[in-house]
Write a protein that binds this ligand. Structure first.
Ligand code: UFG
Length: 336
């Protein structure tokens, strides 16, 4: 298929673009490189043995999107592009609503004009708020910050659009906590500034870029007191996108799937796994809880297994080994 990928130069986008190319699809990436690097796509081309086409643009720019659709004639879209930092979204809510909603509306309108009826959307387990795990797709939703609310609003926009157009096929993927990197160590997560998320921060401590990790709370009601999350290897996540794309090829309507492993791992367990991966201790100090964090979150991934035939296959040790390989090969990310 001809697949247009928004945000395809980013962390999950680049791994998915590679998987699409490896599966024989023709790919065109639209990315404004605000939080990503063109170098990731050059490396994807090296790994795949052929490139994705690339248009450097913001998805909100409807003239560029119009011209891109007219030229590439996409049969399906995977929509990753968007702003994604929880704390930043609290400080700049209007930027988050403008960027994330406007880009999605522009994309859907352009798809409609060109008769493109298949879209896979990057949603997040954040839409479950403080729900009790294991979280299935029919668990109550409710976001706790503007970023999460943009994800929920976009899910609702997609649901409404699919009611209005019976030909539209929508696959919403609710990601749990993606970590790890391609086994080549050539592409991976390259956060700007101080990482917000646990594993990118641990990776920078492991390679000496930062002195020590802050563990946000060891007094949760969990076996070791630290927060529990459902970490999923980014390659398993990328494979989930291909499975969803396959499914919506001949299933119109609105579909939602969790992409997670169904297993919870604590912060202390991540530190131990990363120490095994890098071969030395990870210094840390325990600080108070971070505002807005829940104690435990993990998926019920059975719907994706049942309907898509997809399940995560990689464990925490492989995720940490692959993360460390990427980080130690590229201590300054793509810019070094
Ligand atoms: N944590 C630390 N120290 C850090 C960073 C995180 O102890 O420096 C802890 C957190 O308190 C939490 C766990 O590590 O217990 C995981 O935190 P992350 O920030 O890595 O991930 P979150 O689960 O908080 O959030 C992530 C994404 C969100 C997404 C959410 C979905 O960042 O965008 O998963 O559940 F919405």
């Amino acid at each position: 298929m001809r697949v247009l990928v928004t945000g395809g130069a980013g962390y999950i986008g680049s791994h998915t673009t590679l998987a699409l190319l490896e599966a024989g699809h023709d790919v065109l990436v639209v990315d404004d490189l605000t939080n990503s690097h063109a170098e990731s796509l050059r490396r994807v081309a090296t790994l795949a043995g052929r490139p994705a086409q690339f248009v450097e643009a913001n998805v909100r720019h409807d003239d560029v999107m119009e011209a891109t659709f007219a030229r590439f004639l996409p049969e399906a879209v995977i929509h990753f592009a968007g702003w994604k930092a929880v704390g930043e979204s609290v400080a700049k809510p209007l930027v988050y609503y403008r960027e994330n909603l406007d880009s999605t509306l522009t994309l859907l309108e352009t798809m409609q004009r060109h008769g493109c009826t298949r879209i896979v959307f990057s949603s997040s387990a954040t839409v479950y708020g403080a729900g009790e795990p294991p979280l299935s797709e029919d668990a109550p939703t409710g976001a706790t910050n503007p970023y999460g609310r943009t994800k929920l609003m976009i899910e609702e926009i997609l649901a409404d659009a699919s009611v209005a157009d019976p030909d539209l096929a929508v696959g919403v993927l609710r990601y749990f906590n993606p970590i790890g990197a391609h086994a080549s160590g050539m592409i991976g997560e390259d956060p700007q500034g101080i990482p917000n998320n646990l594993v990118p921060y641990v990776a920078q401590v492991a390679t000496g870029r930062r002195a020590e990790l802050s563990v946000f709370g060891d007094d949760y009601d969990t076996p070791d007191g630290t927060g529990i999350r459902d970490y999923i290897h980014v390659l398993d996540l990328a494979a989930g996108h291909l499975a969803a794309l396959d499914y919506i090829r001949d299933h119109a309507g609105y579909h939602v799937w969790n992409l997670g492993t169904g297993r919870g791992t604590s912060v202390f367990e991540i530190i131990s796994a990363y120490e095994r991966a890098c071969g030395h201790p990870i210094p840390y100090q325990v600080l108070p809880r971070r505002a807005g964090d829940v104690a435990r979150s993990f998926a019920d991934p059975s719907k994706a297994k049942r309907e898509l035939g997809w399940e995560a296959t990689r464990g925490i040790d492989e995720m940490c080994v692959d993360s460390y390989r990427w980080q130690s090969n590229n201590p300054r990310g793509f810019t070094a």
